[in-house]
Design a protein around this ligand. Structure first.
Ligand SMILES: C[S@@+](CC[C@H](N)C(=O)[O-])C[C@H]1O[C@@H](n2cnc3c(N)ncnc32)[C@H](O)[C@@H]1O
Length: 243
């Protein structure tokens, strides 16, 4: 796929527009509780941590130590993660067997070499440690309310993002077994009008990669719907757990 660069505009837009309010993440917290089994003293690796909002949440929710790895200078400049390290998923700057769990949120579709990333995770994690992948997989983009207004963006996800089955197979080849796969809902915004108010195309990979006419047409549809919709915006993403 054409890969999005997390340059200055993208990082600024991501920081401003992609953080879901913590009270909308109750189901994510419950799912992470179940699969991570957080305990004092554990070290969690956040790969492709971006602006560090998950790293901060994990530190606040569980009091665990989080090591956040992020390749983009612009994302790192906006991150507030407690321990933030420059690095890439396919060449983790970490010792073998040094971590108790890994978290990758909306990262796998950015990885040019997923097998290398899976092998690196196998190397740095202790045996049995879980990898939690939060992702929009190919065929699942219609679970994101915003993207439903942009059918070309849904097609782009379907055509270029990995399928869940592919990711499972790649991790299996690296020595992991699939422990769980489930859909997890979040309250992304109080209303569609709030989504529209906060929308910055640069914050969303599929919206950045469709052409300008397709984006303009989707925006018109979104404006029309936002004028009358009143309910909170609920989105669903997938959680894949490997050990
Ligand atoms: C959509 S953002 C997600 C950020 C964060 N995980 C979150 O959910 O808020 C994708 C992130 O993956 C990072 N990324 C891209 N290629 C990567 C690679 N090879 N290794 C690690 N991270 C990568 C990007 O720089 C970006 O910060």
């Amino acid at each position: 796929m054409r890969r999005m660069r997390y340059d200055e505009p993208a990082a600024a837009a991501f920081r401003a527009g992609r953080h879901v309010p913590a009270d909308g993440l109750a189901q994510w917290r419950a799912a992470v509780d179940r699969h991570l089994a957080p305990r004092p003293g554990m070290t969690l690796l956040d790969v492709g941590a971006g602006t560090g909002w998950w790293a901060q949440l994990f530190a606040a929710w569980y009091g665990v130590r989080v090591v956040a790895i992020e390749p983009s200078v612009a994302m790192r400049a906006r991150a507030q993660a407690p321990q933030l390290v420059a690095g890439r998923a396919d060449a983790l700057p970490l010792a073998a067997g040094s971590l108790d769990a890994a978290w990758l949120s909306t990262v796998v579709h950015h990885l040019a070499d997923l097998p290398a990333a899976a092998a690196e995770l196998r190397r740095v994690l202790r045996p049995g440690a879980p990898v939690l992948l939060r992702s929009v997989f190919a065929g699942r983009a219609d679970q994101i309310t915003l993207l439903r207004f942009f059918p070309e963006a849904i097609r782009l996800v379907d055509d270029t993002y990995p399928q869940a089955a592919t990711v499972r197979a790649v991790f299996a080849a690296a020595g992991f077994t699939v422990a769980a796969g489930e859909a997890v809902a979040q309250v992304s915004a109080p209303s569609l009008a709030a989504v529209l108010d906060g929308l910055d195309r640069d914050a969303h990979t599929p919206l950045r990669l469709i052409d300008d006419d397709a984006y303009a047409a989707g925006l018109t549809r979104l404006r029309a719907a936002a004028a009358t919709a009143t309910r909170p915006v609920i989105d669903t993403m997938d959680l894949l757990v490997l050990r």
